[in-house]
Design a protein around this ligand. Structure first.
Ligand SMILES: [Zn+2]
Length: 404
């Protein structure tokens, strides 16, 4: 298949109008069929990677009864008694240790749709590692090769092994993900030395939040080659502060932008990008673009997709409108309704119905709906999950990330 005359944004440095070819789910040097989509005036980006989410936590509205917190251990304790979680748990009764039963999968799928509607085809779901079937259940990639800890203070209260055992199991070949120093008080500040003492600061560590870290600790983090997952909207909502991003960027730490769940964070990753640009206008558009493409690809040690458009890699494509001439400026203003087509490994996941004619497709596999006068499709049936939730609750429930 061929996308003609499209502004191809290969990465944060190279872009130009060109034809883009996809063969057998990979970007190719030419097309081997006669299928052509005229994409003049549109922009082709690599699809996005959300480094930090809790898929079953994507309930609304946000819930943080006594914010701002000096550390989020207090929030975690309050959370189960908060109104949104009590409402969610009318549907999801079991804890997050095993999500393969129907209600858990439905809610995780809802979280996956939040990501799909913001151009994401790869997401890190920070929960105790689930059985492999869980990761096979979704139409996009939910990272299965990882080990994790909840936090240094809370350890793995939600399931999983001892933190040092989790790190040992990575064998340095997959990421180890942990919430780090999410707060501003002594307890939050103490977490970094706990991390170092337990041998958990390594090049495969992804440290989420890091709001209490000092410049000296950021230097240590950089020297170890670790990555940071940054969720500014969640941080500022829960804590009233976020990390020292100037120092982080000056040091050249591999920094990735994530949403967290909607219980504390942005509606979706596109909204997180817009929020970050508004809050930190000094961060360049290209830097923000890297934070949701090549930086998380590196942190997550992906092998078939590096968050760029390049030959012979997975055709994970985010095709959008061009509202601004500069493609990176355009990028930081995108909304769900600007998405023309989202592909995961060459398969159409979400977009305008007119693109489906280029693929062999079966109407029963898609939900068709209207969004801002555009006729859209999405893979699978999020509307049925919503119906099941509403039936259980006994009233209508609106999730702002669902565009129907
Ligand atoms: Zn989190």
């Amino acid at each position: 298949m061929e996308f003609t005359n499209v502004l191809v944004v290969k990465n944060a440095r190279e872009h130009g109008v060109n034809n883009l070819y996809v063969t057998n789910g990979k970007y190719s040097v030419k097309s081997f069929d006669k299928i052509q989509a005229d994409c003049a005036g549109l922009v082709a980006y690599p699809s996005l990677i959300n480094i930090h989410d809790h898929l079953v936590g994507n309930w609304v509205p946000k819930g943080a009864p006594s914010r701002p917190y000096s550390n989020t251990n207090i929030w975690v304790e309050e959370l189960n008694d908060s109104e949104p979680v009590k409402e969610r748990d009318k549907y999801l009764k079991k804890p997050v240790g095993h999500l393969l039963e129907e209600a858990g999968l439905d809610l995780a799928m809802l979280g996956v749709y939040k990501n799909i509607f913001s151009g994401v085809t790869i997401v890190q779901d920070h929960v105790p590692r689930q059985k492999e079937e869980y990761y096979q259940s979704f139409p996009i990639k939910v990272i299965s090769d990882f080990q994790q800890g909840h936090s240094i203070t809370g350890k793995n209260w939600w399931g999983g092994d001892e933190l040092s055992e989790e790190m040992k199991k990575t064998k340095g070949k997959m990421p180890f993900i942990i919430h780090m120093a999410e707060g501003s008080d002594d307890l939050a500040r103490s977490e970094f030395s706990g991390l170092v003492d337990q041998g958990l600061l390594k090049s495969n560590s992804i440290l989420v939040h890091c709001t209490a870290l000092t410049p000296e600790q950021f230097k240590q983090l950089k020297a170890a080659g670790a990555s940071i997952a940054w969720c500014p909207n969640s941080n500022i909502y829960l804590l009233g502060i976020t990390l020292d991003i100037d120092t982080v960027l000056k040091l050249g730490i591999n920094t990735c932008l994530g949403t967290d769940s909607t219980l504390s964070g942005s509606t979706n990753l596109l909204k997180e990008i817009i929020y970050t640009k508004q809050t930190f206008p000094e961060i360049s558009n290209e830097t923000l673009f890297k934070m949701v493409t090549e930086n998380p690809a590196r942190a997550l040690m992906l092998d078939t997709y590096k968050g760029m458009i390049e030959q012979d890699v997975d055709a994970n494509l985010l095709l959008t409108r061009m509202n601004k001439k500069d493609p990176y400026e355009n990028f930081v203003t995108l909304n769900t309704c600007d998405i023309e087509l989202l592909m995961y490994v060459g398969k159409p996941i979400f977009g305008k119905i007119e693109y489906l004619k280029y693929f062999s497709w079966n109407a029963k596999d898609y939900h068709l709906f209207e969004c801002n006068d555009c006729k859209m499709f999405v893979t699978g049936h999020p509307e049925e999950i919503l119906k099941k939730i509403e039936k259980k609750l006994g009233y209508k429930k609106h999730f702002d990330y669902l565009p129907f």
